[in-house]
Design a protein around this ligand. Structure first.
Ligand code: AMP
Length: 285
């Protein structure tokens, strides 16, 4: 595995591979790898000739006062884990390589970025603007055939799909299932912020999603009733969610009833950590 830090170093060696028709896979990350990241790399490794993983804690997607400086980082450990997964190139640029002096362009996806995480009371649409700008740059730098994202960040995955469709970016987007610890907690680099007690409390998020799933399986369809069942689980753990919402899993529009593919999305603060999780509820009628 080679670790590269500049766009030039990244692009040059990929050109012959691309010309030779080798398939290039990209896994964009902010590092501090866990099994969620590794699952994306494994899938990408199996489906591509060349595997590029980017590691960049993107300042543009953090609001002022968010955890940009505190965000956990351990490049050496990440490099070892990536190498063990058969990653060919680890692209770990300094911020000035991505945002050189005078950088002044942003890529914005519309409505999908203005709700849930993009609501001004949450992270705000600027968060997604930071994501879509850096992901567009990564697509242009790497020129991947396929890029892999996690369902853990369900809204982000929808936003990236929309970005690629609207701007005709020639990359296929694959969304991989959320990886959880045995007790149900969705893996996240931010779980590192949790004390053992907080981690215990954080389990209420996945429990709430499972409770909603059971409600739907046993025939509840009304959105308010499904959400109420989930909310009760959070309340029992003393968690007041930032949001807990049922939305269309394709365009995030609000739904009155669970029918077909519906997304139950939750965000909550537990201690210092702001956690998000989600489930797709079936409920075919
Ligand atoms: P991050 O480093 O948190 O920006 O995540 C990099 C990629 O890994 C994103 O596409 C995430 O959606 C994905 N990811 C993060 N956590 C998980 C998880 N628990 N299961 C599956 N994918 C994940």
């Amino acid at each position: 595995m080679r670790t590269v830090r500049t766009v030039a170093e990244l692009r040059e060696p990929l050109a012959p591979d691309r010309r030779a028709g080798r398939r290039i896979g990209l896994v964009p990350t902010m590092g501090f790898f866990h099994e969620g990241h590794l699952s994306l790399m494994r899938r990408a490794r199996a489906e591509n000739d060349l595997l590029v993983v980017s590691l960049f804690v993107n300042p543009a997607q953090f609001a002022p006062g968010e955890d940009f400086s505190a965000y956990p980082r351990d490049e050496q450990r990440d490099a070892e884990l990536a190498e063990a997964e058969g990653v060919d190139v680890l692209f770990s640029p300094p911020a000035e390589e991505i945002y050189p002096d005078g950088f002044d362009t942003t890529v914005t996806v519309g409505r999908l970025t203005e709700t849930l995480e993009g609501d001004e009371a949450q992270r705000g649409a600027e968060h997604f603007q930071g994501v879509t700008t850096v992901v567009t740059k990564l697509f242009n730098m790497v020129g991947p055939d396929v890029a892999y994202f996690g369902q853990k960040d369900a809204q982000q995955a929808l936003v990236i799909r929309k970005l690629v469709r609207d701007l005709d970016i020639p990359v296929r987007i694959e969304v991989c299932p959320t990886i959880r610890d045995e007790d149900g907690l969705a893996l996240s680099s931010r779980n590192a912020y949790l004390t053992p007690d907080e981690r215990q409390r954080a389990l209420a998020l996945s429990r709430a999603l499972r409770t909603a799933e059971s409600a739907v399986e046993s025939g509840t369809r009304e959105a308010a009733a499904v959400v109420a069942a989930a909310r009760k689980e959070l309340e029992r753990a003393g968690i007041e969610p930032d949001y807990l919402q049922l939305r269309s899993a394709t365009d995030l529009s609000p739904v009155e009833r669970v029918n077909g593919s519906t997304l139950l999305a939750v965000a909550a603060r537990v201690g210092r950590a702001r956690l998000i999780d989600n489930a797709i509820l079936g409920g075919e009628e």
